[in-house]
Design a binder for this molecule. Sequence first.
Ligand code: NAD
Length: 498
Amino acid sequence: MLDQATIDELRSRVIPDQHNFIDNQFVNNPATKRLDVDSPIDGRVFTSICDSSNEDVDSAVLAARGAFNRGDWSTCAPAYRKKILLKWAKLIEQHALEIAVLGVRDNGTDINTALKGEPLGAANTLRYYAEAADKLYGEIAPTSDTVLGLIHREPVGVVGLIIPWNFPLMIAAWKLGPALAAGNCVVLKPAESASLTLLRIAELAAQAGMPAGVLNVVTGLGPSCGEAIALHMDIDVLAFTGSGPVGRRLLEYSARSNLKRVYLELGGKSPNIIFADAANLDRVAKETAASIFRNSGQVCVAASRVIVENSIKAELCEKVLSYARSYRVGDPLSLSHNVGAIANHAQLRVIEEKVQLGISEGATLALGGKRILSDCGGYYFPPTVFLDVEPSMSIATEEVFGPVLAIIGFDTMNEAIEIANSTQYGLSSVVWTANLATAHTMIKSIKAGVVQVNCFSGADLTVPLGGVKQSGNGSDKSLHGFDKYINVKTAWISLDPN
Ligand code: NAD
């Protein structure tokens, strides 16, 4: 049970200037430039991180390559990797509240959500992949008796990870878990506005006994530090979560460098399709509000487009608005709030601009729409609802990545499918119906990596999360999460004595 006094003690801690974590130590390179870190809670600077250069990235890659070639992680028994990863998960759990508060100061997620989703979620994910490490077998091919065809699974080598600012630990763990359990060595770049917790858990990995150079964290700006990673000639695989425009650049960087494999988990504009026969409209409205307003909509799978059958639209809108008004937005480290801040000032500006565009395109602003609590210096935006949205409006097609809901009506199932598929994205989707045939038709017709029927946020680690269309390729989570970080190698052995 969380108590305010402990949270307040943790939030008052002074955070010293932070340094890159390379070869199991924090490296204080006086030549490295610095970046101020301001808190979205009050806009005040509370520490600084490295603005890493090409040389800093080179040092991290050198450490990772050295560790990979040394082999004490990449060629050891998988059971050893499992042991270290389990110890790491335990240490993260033991420091969970301290880590969660640090993360909230950095990116503004409310403390309840942050604690569960970030350190505790990351520990759970690391444990899942640790347990799988010694259960992945190679294969023997079905050949004739005169040959032996063996299919080995090998770690790829040095993996670059570029992470966004929403749920940095959760998203990083989805990649670190399989990459490390498979025996790779990693260079990770967090987002510049959410680096602190990833530096902290790297330190805990070393305490857990992870060999030097296996996990390296370099901080800095995307166009310098991120670009240096993506262009690096000695990184074999790049896994990224973030925006579409940056994902596009990473593919170019790969083409311009060593053709490293690039996996992209990008944005979404997920449809939430509500049929008139949905059971319990009140529950649908409550989950509809939660699916877009929790963490201020800064969730990749946020269901930001409601597509609702016209016969129940008015009733549904009324209920959603009522739930939207019930959210308590404010200081994310106060237990009296259940929604915190927008993670950084740049994202606040993006949300403001996209809301203005919705208004100018003629959608009806029914709730919110303006920054709140600006007197405290923090970056807060209230639940915002647009009614009378046309499927072609930008508020219906472009990702906002904020607490902004667009509500669109439909009359027939075909119309609903057409609207649902009418964006460039294909990440997640939700369908509410009591009819099994309707549910199955929708599952087959919606172009998305995930279709959730009569629930939101039900999926756990056992199933993959990945997008289609311009929402990305490959997937995180589940045992499929290993695919990105493994090479299959064929050994073809003749058994013919002649
Ligand atoms: P972003 O693309 O701006 O930044 C993501 C990361 O890329 C950061 O670490 C950033 O520093 C780095 N970066 C920026 N420019 C770069 C460059 N030129 N070269 C290399 N690296 C660069 O994204 P964001 O604003 O941090 O995150 C929000 C986006 O992430 C949204 O679009 C959201 O939908 C998406 N997202 C997707 C998922 C998913 O699983 N599909 C999950 C969470 C977030």
